[in-house]
Each structure stands twice: as structure tokens, then as C-alpha cells.
Design a protein around this ligand. Sequence first.
Ligand SMILES: NC(=O)c1ccc[n+]([C@@H]2O[C@H](COP(=O)([O-])OP(=O)(O)OC[C@H]3O[C@@H](n4cnc5c(N)ncnc54)[C@H](O)[C@@H]3O)[C@@H](O)[C@H]2O)c1
Length: 418
Amino acid sequence: MSVPKYEVKDISLAPYGREKIEWAYRNMPVLRAIEAELIEEQPFAGLKISVSVHVEAKTACLARALARGGADVALTGCNPLSTQDDVAAALAESGMHVYTVHGDNEEEYIKHLKMALDFGPDIVIDDGGDFCMLLHSDMKHLVPGLMGGCEETTTGVKRLEILKKEGKLSYPVIAVNDARCKHLFDNRFGTGQSVWTAIMATTNLIVAGKTVVVAGFGMCGKGVAMRAKGLGAKVIVTEIDPVKACEAIMEGYQVMTMDEAAPLGDVFVTVTGCKDVIVGRHYDMMKDGAICCNAGHFDCEVNIKELASMSVAQRELRHNVMGYELKNGRTICILAEGRLVNLASGDGHPVEIMDMSFALQAQSARYIAAHGKELAIDVYQTPEVIDNRVAEILLRTKGIDIDVLTPEQELYLNSWDF
Ligand SMILES: NC(=O)c1ccc[n+]([C@@H]2O[C@H](COP(=O)([O-])OP(=O)(O)OC[C@H]3O[C@@H](n4cnc5c(N)ncnc54)[C@H](O)[C@@H]3O)[C@@H](O)[C@H]2O)c1
């Protein structure tokens, strides 16, 4: 299929996008250091890389670093509401293949993913596994040309692990999400901060004194709960994993079921990677004005279809705040259509967080470019050397030294007979 060079909302938005990209770039020292090497060594020369990641300024810096390293890059989104049209325009104007429009419906969203794949990539970078899903269904014919891929988030890695378990995985992938410099920072501190930035900006309400219910106490949920507590909220955690539930108790949170939490919460944040975490019976128990939002990858955690079917009226109460009036006279507020709130109703993670995540992505893509043809089909951890390098560069940019093991200490740590 012949595809146009770009499909974006409005190319004249490019100057605004360029400004956003330059602001992000000046605050991404780790990615800049990696980019300098890519420019020098051109490891992607002659390669095509397709990227499906939230199209906003930090992602633009990643895509540009890959292009500056010699790649021909095609970019699309990984969520229809997180695309920033001005950033997409700036990249398209710079000559990159860009296929995404903010607010794409399901059909257009898939069409744009397919356009970015029809480009014929050697390497794919996924966030949530939508490329991977297409490459294992409608677009299988592209797999023989693929060297490998990288996956950015927990939900995508889970999809890969299932494919592997079922013996269906068809190309090697690096689970960038599982690198220490990714999930320890991005999922916890990034989601922790950006979810509250988005909720506060979207609602203009105070968090202090409210009861916040966080569903899921994984890497992201820990961050969301920690920041809610710091802002003065009373925090309730819901979980399905008994160990995580105990961890939440030790952190000082109340732990209960969603059925018990539903009547108590003022703000609900789901971040489980699961579906139907908040459903009809929960809405019926909630207070008037209860706010529900989702920070997990897909928009199936807060069941909005059910809410819509049981509501007597729906009205946008404020930009990105949809009010659903129930028969009991109460109104439930859904932020950003239940899509991941920090990206659909905000700018996503802080720049410094994505600096680390995307420095990992750029290096992992480089690893695939260097080794892809030799790699067996599997899900790989990010090589430790890549993970450590990101932290080392970050410390260097902050002028911070850390201790180094003496030979005696090294021997001691590697001995059993001391
Ligand atoms: N919003 C963002 O910017 C952002 C960033 C990173 C990851 N994510 C996404 O957030 C989701 C969670 O990621 P994570 O890294 O925290 O995953 P994780 O696996 O570390 O944590 C998920 C937690 O949810 C719990 N859980 C699962 N089903 C549940 C249910 N029905 N009710 C209550 N708890 C349940 C699990 O036991 C687990 O503790 C994923 O979809 C991931 O892709 C979002």
C-alpha cells in the first residue's frame, strides 16, 4: 500500500510543536548524550524504525534522536487522546513520517497504526503492544522483514509474555519497561506526579482532605498513592494480590475491596492493567460528584459503557470532565473518557522521567540494530549495561559521584567462604 508522507491534523501548528519539543530537549540530558553518540556512529543508517508511542514533545525527542542516528522513522500514537497535534505537525514538517490525529476514532487509530507499519520497519517501538497485536494478526506479512522490537509499558510486556507462553511470539523484543531505570522511575515517580498534575488541572479541585481510592498497588499505584498522601489525601488501596495488599497496609494506607471503597471515595484512580475494576454496582454506591479516572494503559478499567447505560443524563461539566447523572440523583464524573488521565488530560510524565525511559529506548533500539539478526525469538530484558549507563549519565549530569567497590569489597561480595 502506498502511504502519504504524513497524516496530521494541521501542519500550520508546527511552530507551537517545535517550541514544546525544544523545551523538552533542553531538559533531557541523558537522551542528548545518547543522541550525540548516535549522530557520531549512525547505527541506524539504512534502517526503518516505526514508533507507536504517545505523540508529544518527549516522544518527539526520541523519534528525532533515532532519525539523527540514521534511521528513517515513522511515528504514530498509542492512544487516540494523547496525541498533541502541534507536536505531530512539527515532526511532519521536519520530514518525518507521522500518522496521528488527536481524537482519532477506533477505526482511524488502527488505520494510522497500519500506515506506520506499511512503512516496512526493521525495528518497531511499541507502547502497550498495539503494533505487536497487528504484527501477530492483520500485518503478519511484515514480520519476516523485522529485526526486532522494544516495548515501553507493563501492559505491552504482559501481552508479549502471553504470546511467548502460547508459542506465538514471532520476533525478538526487549521489555524496556522492566529495566530498573524505567519502572522504578517512570511507573512510580512519573505516574505518581503526572496523574495528580492532570487531575488537579482538569478539575481545579483540592486533593487535601479528600478520600482517594487507588486501585492497584503495583509500580504505578505506589506512586499515585504516595503523591496523594503527600498532597494531604486519605488513601484507600484496592488490590487482588495479598502481598501487595500487605505492602500497602505497611505504607499506612487502608486496604479494602472496591465494593467497600465505592461509598467512601471522593476520587478514584485505577492503575491495574486489568478490566472492569469499577463497574455499575460501584457507581450506584458512590457519592454525588465522585470523580473516576484511569491511569492504566487501556480505557477498560473504569467501565464507562455500563455507566452510560445506567445514567439518565450526560453533560460535559468542564473540559475533559463528563458528568453522568444516575437515577438516584447523584452525578459521577469521568475524566478524559477513562483513558490514561495523565496523557489524555495532561502532558504525561515529567520531562526528566522520559529522559531516562527514552534513553533506554534509544539504546535498546541500537542493541536490536546491532544484534537483531542473531537474536532468537524471545522477550529479552534490557541489557544491564544499558540500564546502568542511563543512571551513570544522569548522575554525571548532576555532578554526583558514588562510591566504587574496592577489590577487597568486590572479592568479599563474590565469596561464600569468608
Ligand atoms: N499512566 C501512565 O503514564 C503509565 C505509566 C506506566 C505504566 N502504565 C500502565 O499502568 C498499568 C499498571 O502498570 P504497573 O507497572 O503499575 O503494573 P504492575 O503489574 O506493577 O501493577 C498492577 C497492580 O494491579 C493489581 N491488580 C490487577 N488487577 C486488579 C484489580 N482488578 N483490582 C485491583 N488491583 C488489581 C496487581 O495485583 C498489581 O499489583 C499498566 O496498564 C501499565 O501499562 C501507565
